[in-house]
Ligand binder design. Structure first.
Ligand SMILES: [Ca+2]
Ligand SMILES: [Ca+2]
Length: 217
C-alpha cells in the first residue's frame, strides 16, 4: 500500500527529476520513488527507502542512478605510475611520463572503495607520487592531506585489493624539496592542492613506494 502511494507520487511529478530516465518499467517507478519522490539520498532514514532500494537491487542488480558516484582520479608519479581501482588495473597513457598526469573516471556505488598506486623511480634525481580524487566533480582527497597510506617495500600479494589490511602502513611524507620538479608541474594537477609525496620526506630514496586510499561513499 505504501509502495503504491510512493509510486503514484513519483509518477505524478515525472518532470521534477530526470536522473531515472534510463530505467525502464518497474525499475523506473522504483528509481523515481527512491531518487525523486522521496529523495532517499537526502533523507536516507525515510521508512520507505530501505524497501525501495532492496526492490530495485533485486529487480536490476544495480543501484538507482542517484546512488552512483562519479569518481575521477588524476595522478602521476616520478618516474612511473601503476594504478588500480577496487583491485582492477587501470590503463594509463601517461604512466611513464612523470610530467603528465592521467585522469580516470569511474562510476562507483555506495560503500568502501580502494585506489591503489605503485610509484616506481628509475634512479633519476627524485621520486614522488601526486594525486587528486574528485567525487561528483568536487575535490575529495589529495596527496598530502593525510588521507593516503604508504608502504616502503613490496607489501605482499593482494596489496592493491579492497580489504587488504593496512595496519603498519604510514602516512606518506610531503616531499621537503620539490625544486627538482621546478615549474614543470604535471598538466591537470597544476595549481591543484595535491603535494608530491613519497615514503620519506627526502624523496631521494628513489626505488618504489606503494600507496592506498581507502574511502567510503
Ligand atoms: Ca604520468
Ligand atoms: Ca625520478
Amino acid at each position: 500500500m505504501l509502495l503504491s502511494f510512493v509510486l503514484a507520487a513519483a509518477m505524478a511529478n515525472p518532470s521534477d527529476c530526470d536522473i531515472c530516465d534510463d530505467a525502464q518499467g518497474a525499475a523506473f517507478g522504483l528509481c523515481n520513488a527512491y531518487c525523486c519522490a522521496i529523495d532517499c539520498v537526502a533523507d536516507p532514514a525515510h521508512p520507505s527507502c530501505e524497501t525501495l532500494l532492496d526492490n530495485y537491487l533485486d529487480l536490476t542488480g544495480e543501484y538507482p542512478a542517484c546512488e552512483v558516484f562519479e569518481v575521477t582520479v588524476t595522478a602521476t608519479a616520478d618516474d612511473r605510475l601503476d594504478l588500480w581501482i577496487d583491485g582492477a588495473p587501470v590503463s594509463l597513457p601517461n604512466g611513464n611520463a612523470w610530467s603528465r598526469s592521467d585522469a580516470v573516471t569511474v562510476e562507483l556505488n555506495p560503500g568502501w572503495h580502494t585506489i591503489a598506486a605503485k610509484g616506481t623511480d628509475v634512479a633519476r634525481v627524485i621520486s614522488g607520487f601526486r594525486a587528486e580524487v574528485d567525487i561528483d566533480g568536487t575535490l575529495a582527497y589529495a596527496t598530502g592531506d593525510g588521507s593516503w597510506t604508504v608502504y616502503p617495500t613490496y607489501p605482499g600479494a593482494g596489496w592493491e585489493q579492497p580489504g587488504y589490511p593496512t595496519a603498519g602502513w604510514n602516512t606518506p611524507s610531503v616531499c621537503a624539496d620539490a625544486s627538482p620538479w621546478g615549474t614543470y608541474w604535471p598538466t591537470l594537477l597544476s595549481g591543484g592542492p595535491s603535494k608530491w609525496v613519497w615514503d620519506t620526506a627526502n624523496c631521494r630514496t628513489l626505488g618504489q613506494a606503494w600507496f592506498r586510499l581507502d574511502f567510503e561513499l
